[in-house]
Design a binder for this molecule. Structure first.
Ligand code: FAD
Length: 342
């Protein structure tokens, strides 16, 4: 009999973030598909009661928790000890967890400690004749595979954005607190604080409905024979502030920094979309000053509605990569858009 455990960490404020609710949806999908399976929830954090209560109306029958100030911080040794303790207390055979940076770092090691196996970047779960199956993409999202395993416990890290978040209502959950001996875990790392960019300097927004892509054209010489990098930077930053879009880039543009050329200071390789970049999942995409070559557009695989602004009517976007191509000067179009949005 399978025991399915949703394993999540609570936020600093005790809430459950959207990726955890998406993983809960995947866990419930397995629970419905596998006859006789149990669905349990395991929570780790400073305060897990509020997180448990926030999903108390879900069909999980037991809630396990490891709580305390030392479990509020993301730290390998405490997270691994807590996860292992919950998995053992729940006797979980299938561990479903959101692929947050915290769990991506910790759960492969926990799978090893528990004698299990783990699959990362899971984008779907299903069953085949009552056996659990996961879906994931290989070779830079070019091939999709479905696979199953006999080894237990089987850990599944669910890619954020790949599932609908469950909307289980709140209630009062009874949390069984699991003790963890930290002396044994060896609390070696002390977290002294968190450094992060200001909220409006954070340009990668996975939850944004729109992906706004900038290409190298923004830094190239324009009709007047001059480059207008400063103006480009202001137009892009204003657009992001007004639209709350997520910022993506072509490789050429983010590479310019390494060549010592004038660049847009808020871009890094983390913004790069494509074969050697990321493959985000926004509902819509707007490309500007980018040629739309295959190594770039392959990163748009999951973007449903695509539009592009380029001066070149023969660019890649015109060759079936975009639904609509505006052959226009992006400087003029974005300036006008900012005016309208403002
Ligand atoms: C192995 C390999 C992996 C790669 N991986 C990636 C990857 O992951 N991601 C990626 O992006 N690329 C990748 N590339 C590079 C890719 O092939 C292209 O070179 C790159 O995407 C080109 O970037 P770009 O379109 O911004 O620049 P360019 O090719 O220079 O195009 C600039 C465009 O801007 C337009 N333009 C200029 N001014 C304006 C204006 N005022 N208004 C409107 N349009 C204007 C021009 O007409 C032109 O179409 C990879 C290449 C290789 C070989």
């Amino acid at each position: 009999m399978e025991t399915i455990l949703l394993l999540a960490h609570a936020d600093a404020g005790g809430a459950l973030a959207k990726p955890a609710r998406e993983a809960l949806r995947a866990a419930r999908t397995l629970n419905k598909a596998i006859a006789g399976s149990n669905l349990f929830v395991g929570l780790i954090g400073e305060n897990v009661q509020a997180a448990a209560d926030s999903i108390a109306a879900c069909p999980a029958t037991r809630y396990f928790g490891v709580a305390g100030a030392e479990f509020g911080q993301s730290r390998y040794c405490t997270d691994a000890a807590a996860a292992q303790a919950i998995i053992q207390a729940a006797q979980a055979t299938l561990v479903v967890a959101p692929a947050t940076s915290r769990w991506n770092r910790v759960l492969p090691g926990v799978a090893q400690r528990c004698g299990g196996r783990i699959d990362s970047h899971v984008t779907g779960v299903a069953d085949a004749d009552g056996q659990p199956v996961v879906n994931r993409w290989y070779y830079r999202q070019r091939m999709e595979a479905s696979l199953t395993r006999t080894q237990r416990p089987w850990f599944m890290l669910i890619d954020p954005g790949s599932q609908e978040a469950c909307e289980c209502g709140a209630g009062a959950a009874t949390v069984e607190l699991v003790p963890v001996k930290l002396a044994e875990a060896g609390q070696r790392t002390t977290v002294v604080g968190i450094r992060e960019p200001k909220a409006d300097a954070q340009t990668i927004r996975p939850d944004a409905p729109l992906l706004f892509v900038t290409g190298a054209g923004w830094t190239k010489k324009q009709a007047d024979g001059q480059a207008h990098v400063e103006e480009a930077g202001k137009l892009i930053v204003d657009f992001l502030k007004l639209s709350r879009a997520s910022l993506g880039s072509s490789k050429s543009l983010v590479d310019l920094g390494g060549e010592g050329q004038a660049v847009l200071p808020f871009l890094s390789h983390l913004n790069q979309i494509g074969q050697t970049g990321s493959t985000p999942r926004h509902a819509k995409g707007l490309s500007t000053c980018c040629h739309g070559e295959e190594p770039h557009t392959v990163g748009w695989r999951f973007i449903a509605e695509r539009r592009a602004i380029s001066l070149d009517p023969n660019c890649g976007w015109a060759r079936g990569k975009a639904d609509v191509l505006y052959v226009a000067d992006a400087f003029a179009v974005i300036a006008e858009l900012n005016k309208l949005l403002g």
